[in-house]
Ligand binder design. Sequence first.
Ligand SMILES: *Cc1c(COP(=O)(O)O)cnc(C)c1O
Length: 431
Amino acid sequence: MNRYDLLPDDLPKYWYNIIPDLPEPLPPPKEPKTSPSRIEFLKRVLVGECFKQEMSNERWIPIPDELRELYIQAGRPRPLYRALRLERRLKLEKVRIYYKREDLSPTGSHKVNTALAQAYFAAKEDKEILVTETGAGQWGTALSYGARLMDLNCVVFWVRSVYDWKIDRRTFMHLYGSTVYASPSKITRVGREILSKNPNHPGSLGIAISEGLEYASEHEGAVYCLGSVLNHVLIHQSIIGLETMKQFELADDKPDLIVACLGGGSNFGGISLPFMGEVLKGKLECKFLAAQSEAAPNLIKGEYRYDFGDVAEYSPLLKMYTLGHKVEMIPIKADGLRYHAAAPIISLLRHHGLIDAVAYPTDERAVFEAAKIFVESEGWIPAPESSYAIRAAIDKALEFERKGEEKVICINISGHGFLDLPAYREILSLP
Ligand SMILES: *Cc1c(COP(=O)(O)O)cnc(C)c1O
């Protein structure tokens, strides 16, 4: 069989929070030396339930029934495929490859898993406006979708260099009725200050976060939503791994290696952490590999220390592998992987040697060539970000095969590449 499906009824009823199972307590968020209190600020701007989950030590967090219906509406549970055709193409005899289909999402990425949760809880708390930042545009689209389904307004600050370039994604957000600003914008103090020094500033994720936080804190009924890094986002994304575990039972198989791309860590954490929990309990032997870009190799070149999550220092200090919150990163097509730090949970597990990482060059040739092999064999077009995971999985599969090791690899396909065809055209020199 090449496909393992769950029924809507099999959709998990709880998210998994790995925090109580970590090898040591997660270092708590800290206040910087300068006032005001960043933790109080975060508490004020986040959805209440999300802030509660952010601080939670509960292992299992219930998914409300109405939200489970929204997940089903969005196409969950998503299938797990056995990559039989890719295996044949790579001439694998010892190695089996599976992939989880987060690309089968209304907006094209795994980010809808947390977008729907945040929109749902915001609506329950009578909020009216969801505010956020977006880099590649995936998160802005996902939150726009979540907001629309819950009848909320959505305001997106989008890194200007990408806003100018990804016209189709911009239309996608407008189709859901969102208000979208190119960041830095004239709408906020942070934006105006940056524009006064450089009117052509291309923007960055950090600046967009700062603008969104300022906007949310100054508008009645507005909350700020984050698409990665924070604990509650990883909790929502655990639905990916929980489904995948059930699907491996259906396949009567077990993964030896889970591979996902990693920018801030939400799709990597989503598929990995439920399996990691079993590893920590000694019930499963499995390794985890994060595929990164040399533009932002936070797990590889970063230092494990307290740092801000955003360039304007609105966020509390979080203990993470970080390249520094003011670092400049080279633009790449897989823009979603450009983040200066990895989620605190992922960073702690990396610090304990439980996560491996690899980074690929910024010309992205190797990555798009892997994507092409995947398209030619499996027929599905992955997002540039997901293609990093495919590259890493192919490299590992060939290495295992050479050594004659029988192994099972599971890839998370975090998104599809339908709106990234210009990138495919450019990097692969297609007509
Ligand atoms: C946002 C995004 C990523 C990177 O973010 P993580 O939080 O590291 O998962 C990867 N793939 C896709 C398709 C994305 O949209």
